[in-house]
Design a protein around this ligand. Sequence first.
Ligand code: FDA
Length: 391
Amino acid sequence: MSAFDVIILGAGAAGMFCAIEAGRRGRRVVLLDHAKAPGEKIRISGGGRCNFTNLHIAPERFLSDNPRFALSALKRYTQWDFIDRVSQAGIAWHEKTLGQLFCDGSAREIIAMLRSDMEAAGVTLVLGAEIGAVTQAKGFQVASSAGMFTAPRLVVATGGKSIPKMGATGFGYALARQFGLGLVETRPGLVPLTFSGEMLEETRALAGLSVPAVVRHDKTAFEEGLLFTHRGLSGPSILQISSYWREGDEISVDLAPGGALAAALSEQKAQAGRVEVQTALARHLPERLARAVVARAGVSGRLADQTGRALDRLATEAQDWRIRPVGSEGYRTAEVTLGGVDTRDLDARSMEARKVPGLHFIGEVVDVTGWLGGYNFQWAWSSGWAAGQAV
Ligand code: FDA
């Protein structure tokens, strides 16, 4: 039996960050993971460049049953703190768009920084460790294929269910249940949406086409790229809205953001009525898309032949396209898992379970999910940091 001050399960972003902070405070830390390498999701994130944080971190950009929970950790360890850390490690970075910060080089630089900080902080990293039973008797005992570990503090950082083929498991949720913590229902987030029937035929015909769009669900709207796929719709605007969408809900898509299309078409009609509607619409949309929208609106012929009502219908099909996804691509491709350990059962400052002293949950396993764009890593750093000060 190996004795430590802190056992951390899961060597992802949150687990490694917590390990560093606890190690720096002089705690003897062991970090266990069943994977062969730490930070596998960091490695593949942001197209291999890791979108490690966002300049515009704000609590309203996170989804949770308890939206104020994340505030404390996000305020105590901010995006500016992490940016300083990255800069001090000599990692070059840039803002891509909408405050999203990426490495100039590779996501591996972030992993290397974390590994080197862990080493300096004296953290024991055990990889390839299958975790077995976790019990509590004078501290916590963790059985694993790498031996038995015991410590008065246990931090669960095993992430969500997204991308099982990369080692994601529901382990953290089962552990929360075992210790009597509540769970908010989990579902895939930041995920492409799928369609059936005529709508699927339309997206298939346009597969590969990417356009700027505003996608709305109730009062939430995102203006970012939209991508037509063989299964339905993807691209940042769709991934963002997918976290808000529930089965059965409708979303609205504006494929020509930034202008009143009906008025523009009327003006075109007055000036060049002999132009075909499809050609007129192609001034505002890619040609293939214009053809599809015209077909959907059921209009044809020249602009001059169109009634005001027909032009309105055309504009509505382009700017308020109401669609009902049948589902999502699921955990296979979802970037995150919504829901998780109920934050009402955790202390916002230490991430410690209120009913089980010494047991902490951090990162994606907790019911806090950020927008696309570096928000989820910032939650991993901030919650990992908070627990790291407390264990
Ligand atoms: P994370 O999933 O990183 O780590 C959990 C660890 O626990 C893993 O190492 C896993 O092997 C281990 N584990 C799980 N079950 C176990 C078990 N039973 N026994 C032992 N170990 C176990 N976010 C962002 O902000 N910017 C971005 O650019 C991206 N890009 C991105 C791309 C893709 C393809 C995905 C899938 C996700 C992103 N994300 C992202 C989201 C981001 O990766 C995610 O929110 C964080 O990695 C969560 O960090 P955690 O440490 O909580 O879990």
